[in-house]
Design a protein. Structure first.
Length: 60
């Protein structure tokens, strides 16, 4: 996983725990998960040029 071993990953997680505290971690994880979900949704719902032209015609 990106060349990061288990020991490095544990050190990073401990540093994050120290910086943000245990109370904020669920909130940070939740917002990060929602952001990733929205990003995937936005990239998978890309419109084709024909669909964009149809919307422009309907607006005029």
């Amino acid at each position: 996983m990106f060349g990061i071993g288990m020991s490095e990953l544990i050190v990073i997680l401990i540093i994050i725990l120290i910086i943000f505290g245990a109370g904020k971690l669920p909130e940070i994880g939740s917002s990060l998960g929602k952001g990733i979900k929205n990003f995937k949704k936005a990239t998978s719902e890309g419109e084709k040029p024909e669909q964009i032209e149809d919307k422009k015609d309907k607006e005029e």
